[in-house]
Design a binder for this molecule. Sequence first.
Ligand SMILES: [Zn+2]
Length: 118
Amino acid sequence: METKHYKTCSVCNIQKEATNEYFSKNGKCLNVKCKECSKEYSRLYHIANKERINKRQAAVKKEATDNLSDYYLKMKIKSDLGIVKHDDIPQELIELKRKQLKLHRYVRKEKIKNRKNK
Ligand SMILES: [Zn+2]
């Protein structure tokens, strides 16, 4: 018979089975907070830091968009082709997508420029 190990959550103080089902893994060890408490914690954290998180996410997104990062391009390709996993996207396709987007941006810029000159 298998012996069950229990672990007490540091937040709600409820003893739960010391498995991945109740505690998320923190590297090799199980988290001190149970999954439910972790969820609640991150929910509250998000509420408390909403503005800061949003700002940070917007900055990260802007940088990825401006620099056409691999990650950004993978997201684009994913939504274009309906690929689920990032690993399925060959680097070649990413490079092509980068060229395509650069061309798009160039054309858009030129169009705006021409419109202004009229
Ligand atoms: Zn808990």
